[in-house]
Design a protein. Structure first.
Length: 454
């Protein structure tokens, strides 16, 4: 082959290779560009260096007056940056406002607003993309260093979210912790709690830390000393027993709402007593809350002979020398005027009484009237009282009551006024049956005035 021909072939090869390389480069430059858009959140510490926070979880939510949808959480990298794709798989690039939520923060720091109030789990900074674009830097807030409250036995103690609380067991045993109110959960040691009451078995001198998500009161009791159904207090007849109850805010499944009620281990207070003779026994109590409505129930512990229920918390047919349990419950009381954490003080007395001392239901009991005003105890709807007065033969007397017209009866006839007349017999005896016909449980105590009409 001639040198000329070789030169032509080499030149042609070089030209061909140059064209191919150009075409290859052109093909590479035609690769589609990454057109995804991202919302970038940078999380830093509140120090002078703005130290980045690694492994915090960031989630953004589209906003349009309310939360519409939240994207999956993204962990911050070593630079404190979390990038959320807002175009794939769904395009949210038209969103004008995003809510930024941050979780899994380092110890000692909180995600808070400009006033230092920690955001809740579904709260955070709202970013207006028209003003700030699709990126934001969040500076955490140093957690306030409030010392924990010190809890002591049988005493409600105020506890703040900032400091929490701690308790030191004086001896080995099981302790009951009662929290007056909380928003979502509280922690006892390393265990998260979602109810107002929690038990913890502790050794002597063991210390446990408590954190709360709402300012509240916490009371600690030695479970062995509580008046539970299985371990009630013991009462001596005719001797007052004092006890106190801390109110709690708890969810009522029947009312489907939060209610304020007694914060006791099983919701009720229990007392045991031993009868010393057969007959009627009265359970009387006082409360520091004027509108208390405490229900009382008495059950036998050693037999199946249940007592009869009379009025004014009196229980009949009690057998001599038997053990009974008294249960006090306030489930029907409206404590909405009080605050969870408030304490109500009670005094309870159990005593044997005679039939004439029952009160309330005055059926079979004579009320001896005098001329003028007479105080009448409460009358039950179906339990009339017999009223008598020794007057003048065949004389007429006017009976006036402070009850509403239509709420009372004489000899089973409803009186539609507040006054009526009765007549004495030939011996001067006035006798009539006085009843209550109103819609309440009882009439309440009232005044009856007896006057001679002729």
């Amino acid at each position: 082959m001639s040198k000329l021909l070789k030169s032509i072939l080499v030149a042609s090869l070089v030209a061909c290779m140059t064209v191919c390389l150009g075409l290859f480069a052109a093909a590479c430059n035609n690769t589609p560009e990454d057109t995804d858009k991202y919302f970038t959140v940078t999380v830093v510490l509140p120090d002078g260096n703005k130290t980045p926070v690694k492994d915090a979880e960031v989630a953004i939510c589209t906003m349009n007056g309310s939360i519409l949808t939240c994207l999956d959480g993204v962990k911050t990298d070593e630079n404190g940056v979390a990038k959320s794709n807002i175009t794939s798989p769904v395009d949210y690039s038209d969103t004008t406002k995003f809510l930024v939520k941050i979780h899994d923060l380092p110890d000692g720091y909180i995600y808070a607003d400009e006033d230092g109030n920690a955001y809740g789990s579904d709260e955070g900074v709202i970013v207006d993309t028209a003003v700030s674009g699709f990126s934001v830097t969040i500076t955490l807030t140093e957690k306030p260093t409030t010392p924990p409250a010190t809890l002591s036995l049988d005493t409600p103690v105020a506890v703040a979210t900032a400091g929490g609380a701690q308790f030191t067991a004086s001896k080995a045993g099981t302790y009951l912790f009662t929290v007056s109110n909380f928003e979502e959960s509280w922690t006892l040691g390393e265990n998260t709690q979602s109810e107002n009451l929690a038990e913890l078995e502790m050794t002597a001198n063991q210390v446990v830390e408590i954190s709360v998500d709402a300012d509240c009161k916490i009371m600690v009791n030695d479970l062995a000393t509580l008046n539970t159904m299985d371990a009630p207090d013991t009462a001596t007849l005719s001797t007052p027993v004092n006890f106190s109850v801390m109110l709690i805010s708890t969810f009522s499944r029947t009312q489907r709402d939060y209610v304020t009620t007694w914060g006791l281990y099983d919701g009720s207070y229990h007392l045991n007593f031993t009868s010393n003779e057969a007959g009627n026994y009265k359970v009387s109590f006082t409360s520091s809350f004027a509108n208390d409505d405490v229900a009382v129930n008495v059950t036998p512990l050693n037999s199946y002979t249940y007592p009869s229920t009379l009025d004014n918390n009196v229980f009949g047919d009690i057998v001599a020398n038997e053990d009974y349990q008294v249960e006090l419950s306030a489930s029907d009381t409206d404590y909405s005027s009080l605050t969870p954490g408030d304490v109500i003080n009670y005094t309870v007395t159990i005593e044997h009484i005679e039939d004439g001392d029952i009160g309330g239901d005055t059926e079979g009991v004579n009320i001896a009237l005098t001329l003028g005003n007479n105080n009448v105890p409460a009358l039950m709807f179906d339990s009339p009282a017999t009223c008598t007065f020794n007057g003048t033969a065949n004389a007429t007397y006017t009976v006036t009551v402070t009850l509403n017209a239509g709420d009372w009866s004489v000899n089973k006839n409803t009186i539609m006024t507040q006054s009526t007349t009765v007549t004495a017999d030939e011996n001067g005896l006035v006798s009539f049956e006085l009843g209550y016909t109103g819609w309440d449980e009882d009439s309440g105590a009232f005044t009856l005035t007896l006057t001679a009409t002729n």
